[in-house]
Structure formats: structure tokens, C-alpha cells
Design a protein around this ligand. Structure first.
Ligand code: SF4
Length: 185
């Protein structure tokens, strides 16, 4: 567990209460609104090919978020706190029991794949539609989807959401990025 501390003038260390921080509402919204927009755009893209497919995608996005609350958040240090950048840490305890935080890294890596289809299925279908049935409407949807999913969401995570997280050293998502940076340096 990463416990932030700071040295006092008398040389003693003040141990800050773990996860005492409360994430402001604007940050929670900043973390969630682009994701919601991404899901809506994904739905609209798939709907160009199949309405049933789009509905299945809609249910899958809900299922993947529920899975995240059930299978990842209960192992996180932010479970049952208001320190979680996207607010899931406050929702998960209402539905799922706390688990051993020592397994967080392993559990996170094992379950993160569940959210990948939310990004890559609409992108794959958009590519197919652009090649086979090009319209300006599909191009605009694809551009918005790609900008939100592959630029805006990662940038928010990098510059705001995860940047100041108290447990980023424990998070596989952040340590993968740090390891890559260290290798480059
Ligand atoms: S930081 Fe991530 S894993 Fe932890 S409670 Fe929030 S959403 Fe869940």
C-alpha cells in the first residue's frame, strides 16, 4: 500500500490518512462523460450495420462496467472511498463485497480485457463500413469515436485522472506506461 507522507520541521514524518482525498465531482464527470459518449458513438456506428448488433453492444458496455465493479474494484485500495477518480470505488461497495487488496495487480491484469471490445468492435465495424459502404456520416462518427476513445480518454487519464492517484505504483495500467517510459529513457 502506498502511504503518502511528508517530513515535518522537527524531522518527524506525518503519515497522511490513507485515501483521505475526496475527488471533486467535476473530475468524476470528466472521467465518465467521454466514456459515455464513446459508448453512444459505438452504438451509432454498429447501428449502421445492424440494430440488433448495436443493442447487444449497448448491453455489453453495461455488462463490462458491472464486471469492473464486481471483479476489479473490490480488490482496489480505493474501494469504499471517494478517492477513486471515476467514482466506481463508491458504487462497487453497494453491490459487491470487499476482497483482498494484495491480489489487485493480478486481478486487474486478468480482467481488464473485458473493456477492450467497447473500443475495438465499433472501430472494426467502422473500418469495414468505410471500405464497403462509405458515407460522410460514417466518416464523421468514426472520427469522433476515434478522437474520444484514443486521444481524449487516454489524455484525461494521463493528465488528470490517474496522474495524481495515490496508488498508481500499484496499478498495472500505470506501471506498464512507466516501464515503457523507463525503457525509452
Ligand atoms: S481506482 Fe479503478 S479499480 Fe479502484 S475503485 Fe476506482 S475504478 Fe475501481
Amino acid at each position: 500500500m502506498h502511504i503518502p507522507n511528508s517530513q515535518q520541521p522537527n524531522g518527524n514524518y506525518l503519515i497522511a490518512p490513507c485515501h483521505s482525498k475526496k475527488i471533486p465531482l467535476w473530475l468524476v464527470l470528466l472521467d465518465n462523460i467521454p466514456t459515455l459518449l464513446l459508448f453512444i458513438l459505438g452504438f451509432l456506428i454498429i447501428n449502421q450495420l445492424s440494430t440488433i448488433g448495436a443493442i447487444i453492444y449497448g448491453f455489453y458496455t453495461l455488462f463490462s462496467v458491472l464486471w469492473f465493479w464486481a471483479k476489479i474494484c473490490p480488490y482496489c485500495h480505493h474501494y469504499d472511498t471517494h478517492a477513486c477518480p471515476c467514482g466506481y470505488g463508491a458504487i462497487s461497495p453497494k453491490l459487491f463485497k470487499k476482497q483482498d487488496t494484495k491480489s489487485f495487480k493480478k486481478v486487474f491484469s486478468r480482467n481488464l480485457l473485458i473493456v477492450f471490445p467497447n473500443w475495438f468492435v465499433p472501430l472494426g465495424i467502422a473500418t469495414y463500413l468505410l471500405v464497403k459502404f462509405y458515407t460522410n456520416g460514417i466518416l464523421i462518427l468514426t472520427l469522433f469515436f476515434s478522437i474520444i476513445g484514443f486521444i481524449i480518454i487516454p489524455l484525461i487519464s494521463k493528465l488528470v485522472g490517474c496522474k495524481n492517484c495515490e496508488i498508481k505504483e500499484d496499478c498495472p495500467w500505470m506501471t506498464i506506461k512507466m516501464t515503457k517510459k523507463n525503457k525509452v529513457a
